[in-house]
Every structure is written in C-alpha cells, then in structure tokens.
Design a protein around this ligand. Structure first.
Ligand code: HEC
Ligand code: HEC
Length: 219
C-alpha cells in the first residue's frame, strides 16, 4: 500500500481536482508507517487532508514541502514549543530515531504541495537573493510585530530565528506569496509581494539559525 501511495504523491493532481486552500489531497499511509501513526495517534491532533483532529494548528498535508527532513527527525524525537501562543503542545514522544526517520521519510514524500517550488533561487546561491534588502523589508513591513528573531519581536506568529534549519526556502517563498492559500484563516498578512521581494525576504530568513531545540536566542 505504501508503495502505491508513494507513486501517487509524485503526481500532483490537476488544478481542477485540487482541494481548496489548506486542504491538499493527502493519503494516510498504511504499512509500518501507518502503524506508527496509529500508535502515536498523530491524527487525533493533526489534520491530514479531510481526516484527523484539529488540536494542533498545523495540518500535515503539506508538511513535506514545508520543513527540512533533518529538522523533522529531531523534532519527532524531541519536540519543543514552536508557537508560544499555543496552549496545546506536541507530545514529547522520545521515539526511537529509527521510527522518527520512517515517519519523516513518509511525510517528506507523501505530503508535498505542488504550489511550493523546490528551489525558489533557481540554482543560484541564496545570498544572490539580496538578504540585506530582505532584512530591510522585514523591518519596514512590520513582520517583527508578530514574529521573533533572536530576542526581539512579537509572539503572535511562530519565531523565525531558526528558519534556515527548519523551513525549506520554497515554503517560505510560497507562503509569503499568499499565506491564505495554505491556511484560509491565518493572520499572516498577504502583502501582495512581487516575486523579487518575496525572494529577498526568503533569502534573509534563510540566513537565520539558532542552536537546536530552541535553546539560545541568537541567530
Ligand atoms: C496530543 C496532540 C498531538 C499528537 C498526538 C501529535 N501532535 Fe504533532 N503537534 C501537536 C501540536 C499542538 C503542534 C504544534 C506545536 C507548537 O506549535 O508548538 C504539533 C506540531 C507538529 C509538527 C510541526 C508542525 C509545524 O509547525 O511545522 C509536526 C511535524 C508534527 N506535529 C507531527 C506529528 C506526528 C508525525 C505525530 C504522530 C507521530 C504527531 N505530530 C502527534 C499536537 C500533536
Ligand atoms: C499580524 C501578525 C503577523 C505579521 C505582521 C506577519 N506574520 Fe508571518 N505569520 C503569522 C502567523 C499567525 C503565522 C502562522 C503560523 C502557523 O501557526 O503556522 C505566520 C507564518 C509565517 C511564516 C511561516 C512559518 C511557518 O512555520 O510555516 C513565515 C515565513 C512568515 N510568517 C513570515 C512573515 C514575514 C516575512 C512577515 C513580514 C513581511 C510576516 N510574516 C508578517 C503572523 C504574522
């Protein structure tokens, strides 16, 4: 079953068949990965496509296009608070790394979103994307009223201090081009950015890095 599902995910559904914003078509795997998802009850809190609960605000249907595999493995082994505003927490499973790898591999291959580009920098080094101008945009557009970088900023959105370890640049770019395409009700403003400015912001955020597990406040 998993093999069948894997081949399914490689082929993005035609536009007309795609679900509305935030609800990508997303298969629930069977086999060993499906058993892990049952055992850890992922679907009791996470929405995947039209299935699952919504205790977590993070639907998993496009998680594979969003977070980096290495980050995901570490997070499944030892989660930490991503969104300070949430009272709900991702359980700390302390699952064997091997299980986390299996789950992460499945998520990375099954839950991809065709709207998210593989490499928004089109083969150029991200530093060519003008991170300096991106930082200036970050300040002038008021992103910091909701997002923390280092030790300053607001708590309404998730901290962005660890963006380079956590988020795929394609996700950051696609998100900035229209957050509500992914989550209809999300309060990250759609600034109507052109590709160039979205890429500059992506290049800037992609320079940010902090120590693992949310420790330390630096970049
Ligand atoms: C008891 C509820 C619960 C269960 C069970 C649960 N999660 Fe979560 N999960 C959450 C919450 C709440 C968050 C958001 C945490 C935050 O933002 O700090 C989250 C966050 C995540 C994230 C990060 C999402 C992001 O922001 O990109 C991933 C990935 C994830 N969970 C995967 C899983 C997987 C895989 C399973 C099953 C092995 C699972 N979760 C089981 C509640 C749960
Ligand atoms: C009014 C508050 C607000 C402002 C202003 C804001 N954001 Fe957001 N942002 C959010 C919220 C809320 C989310 C949703 C996060 C979630 O729960 O997944 C978000 C998500 C994001 C994400 C995706 C993070 C992830 O984990 O998937 C990025 C990247 C981002 N914002 C960048 C920016 C940038 C760059 C700006 C300025 C151009 C900005 N935001 C302005 C509230 C805001």
């Amino acid at each position: 079953v998993v093999t069948a599902l894997l081949s399914y995910s490689a082929q993005p559904a035609p536009e007309a068949y795609r679900a509305p914003a935030g609800v990508a078509p997303a298969p629930i795997p069977g086999g060993p990965v499906g058993r892990l998802m049952d055992r850890y009850r992922c679907l009791s809190c996470h929405q995947i496509g039209d299935k699952g609960g919504d205790i977590s605000t993070a639907p998993l249907a496009f998680e594979g296009s969003k977070v980096k595999r290495e980050w995901l493995v570490d997070y499944l082994v030892l989660s930490y608070s991503l969104r300070p505003i949430l009272t709900e927490r991702m359980p700390i499973f302390r699952m064997p790394r091997e299980e986390a790898v299996q789950l992460a591999d499945a998520i990375e291959s099954l839950y991809v979103d065709p709207r998210v580009p593989e490499d928004p920098f089109a083969g150029h080094p991200p530093s060519d994307g003008d991170p300096g101008e991106g930082e200036r945009l970050y300040v002038t557009l008021g992103c910091r009223s909701c997002h923390i970088i280092g030790s300053s900023g607001g708590y309404y959105g998730p901290p962005l201090s660890n963006t380079s370890a956590r988020l795929k640049p394609g996700w950051t770019f696609a998100w900035l081009k229209g957050p509500q395409r992914f989550r209809q009700d999300v309060r990250c403003p759609d600034y109507g950015l052109n590709d160039r400015d979205a890429l500059r912001l992506t290049a800037y955020l992609n320079t940010l890095h902090e120590a693992p597990a949310g420790k330390g406040g630096g970049r």
